[in-house]
Design a protein around this ligand. Sequence first.
Ligand SMILES: C=C(O[C@@H]1C=C(C(=O)O)C=C[C@H]1O)C(=O)O
Length: 415
Amino acid sequence: MSDTPPVPRLHVETTRVDDLKLLIPLIDPRHPLIWMRKGQGIAGIGEALRLEFSGPDRMLDACAAWKEVVDAATVTDPISAPGTGLVAFGTFAFADDSAASSVLIVPRLVLGKRDGRFWITRTSVEGEDPASVVTPTARPLGPEYRISLLPGAVSAEGFRASVDAAIARIADQQLSKVVLARDLTGHLPAGSDLRRPLTDLALGYPDCWTYAVDGFVGSSPETLVRVDHGTVSARVLAGTTSRGTDAEADQEKAVALATSTKDLDEHGYAVTSVMAALTPHSRNLTVSEIPFTLKLPNLWHLASDIEGTLSDGSTSLDLIAALHPTAAVAGTPTSSALALIHELEPFDRGRYAGPVGWVGADGDGEWAVALRSAQVDESGDITAFAGCGIVTDSDPEHEYLETKMKFRPIVEAFG
Ligand SMILES: C=C(O[C@@H]1C=C(C(=O)O)C=C[C@H]1O)C(=O)O
């Protein structure tokens, strides 16, 4: 079921600018919109249009609604690069029955930087004075704050017990892999400036997608899908180990991960699920022959890059609908894994592990799996989730420690 307002006519104009310094100081402290990696990306200010979706068809409904918005819009875009012209930032709930809304937001103003090019896109709704969309200036960050995030619905013992239960189901051959998460919760002081944690995430995790959409913030290393002028790509992650305490130990960790049967199995399920979802929409789909080790400040992941050519004109929204949920965040087979998640996780994942990113007028876009994330509500309540893939050889204590590593970006950005 979706709840979409009538489609307004948007007037969108992109202009090239000489330079844009840092994006984060320009955005709204309470309602930041950002998508960036390696210092490049797009930042949004205000809302020209907000579309909300829910239910099992939330992504397909978003595809249909976005087509209507695009058809009704007038777009002037002399640059025509990823992120210029009409764009919407989006975040989608993980589960079909989630109480969390899924949204597409077209900002009034988008500021972008990519490959040495800088631009501003102004969007007004028909009938409005386009001059009312003013260019922002950098605002100093609000007061510093540090909060603690503590176990919410699931304690450490509770999580280990769920992992045990999942291992038993796998031993029973009810499924091959399931991804189980636990939650941390906290409360932000009134008026907290969300640009502070976002700055920490963007600087601390430059190789990850730092995002903020509708109070949902984080830094994800996993590209669900990227569509750019007919090419489709994805980065699949699954299989994790801690960083070593010195260079030699670190290298040993990476080698052990790359040769661990347990992690390679876990990774294989995730790659297979992405290949199966993309194959009907692509040709020449290739995947790294063997997974490589991806080094992040807090951990190592096993990673595979997938690339191909779009064969059926799908938009990035069509593809997130086809891909979600991959075995990196649900399990294998998908339906049994989702049923077990429902049974063992006593919470709604909200937008955690769902698609987060942006879509353009031509359907191109970049979407990450919303990992290393936190949802900040208007009241200041904050909820974060982290999970890990459970397979037959998993060990509950080890998996618990893995969630701790995965919480680190968010815990340190807010703490
Ligand atoms: C589920 C998460 O991460 C996913 C699970 C991984 C694993 O089990 O090794 C690795 C990367 C992600 O695909 C998370 O960060 O919460």
